[in-house]
Ligand binder design. Structure first.
Ligand code: FMN
Length: 190
């Protein structure tokens, strides 16, 4: 069982990083092979809408996204972690998501499995936001669920924590990190 965790925050050791770390630790404790990708450390050019992928389903832009495609193909479980920025996922995460347009082409134009395999993949979403608005996570949830649907990744749930702003504040939450660890275990079981 391979789990890829994709960290979308620019803040190393920040709140979503801490949660993602626990999810991955939980998955590893159940013998999953885990890999974490830090988007902020990568060069991922935003989609140029060049239509270069339209005939092949392959993005022509040769940057670090090529490695992310490969990791997504190999993963049985995908964990996306992004804080809320301006009511959505971070720019780092959105750039990665938009580059999945090439996989949309594979599925809807070329009639191919978007990630090359028909084996079931599952996905989890982790997010925090500084405010406590009722609809704080709604736009990000729509984006992430759309991505998972297009990639044929079954939505396995989410961990969402509002009212978490300062770097590392999630560690003071009574059980968020524990929830994350257990979610990581559950994700790879069964
Ligand atoms: C550019 C920017 C935009 C933000 N926009 C929002 C927002 O729309 N709503 C909100 O609740 N928090 C917002 N925040 C606060 C972050 O979601 C919050 O600080 C979060 O804990 C950061 O998580 P991290 O440590 O994983 O990066 C924003 C922060 C930044 C830097």
């Amino acid at each position: 069982m391979r789990v890829v965790g994709i960290a979308g925050s620019p803040r190393r050791g920040g709140n979503t990083d801490l949660l993602l770390g626990e999810v991955m630790r939980g998955a590893a404790s159940r013998r999953a092979k885990v890999k974490t990708i830090i988007l902020n450390d990568l060069e991922i050019t935003p989609c140029q809408h060049c239509d270069g992928c339209l005939k092949t389903g392959r993005c022509k832009v040769e940057d670090d996204m090529q490695m992310v495609y490969s990791d997504l193909r190999q993963a049985d479980r995908v964990v996306l972690a992004s804080p809320i920025q301006f009511m959505g996922v971070t720019a780092q995460m959105k750039a990665m998501i938009d580059r999945c347009q090439a996989l949309w082409v594979r599925k809807y134009i070329l009639n191919l499995p978007p990630l090359g395999s028909k084996l079931e993949k599952k996905g989890l979403f982790i997010s925090v936001g500084g405010r406590r608005l009722a609809d704080l996570f709604e736009p990000a949830l729509v984006t992430v669920k759309t991505l998972f649907r297009i990639l044929d990744i079954t939505y396995a749930g989410e961990l969402l924590f509002p009212g978490v702003d300062e770097k590392g504040a999630i560690a003071k939450h009574p059980d968020a990190l524990r929830q994350a660890f257990l979610a990581g275990q559950k994700l790879v079981e069964g």
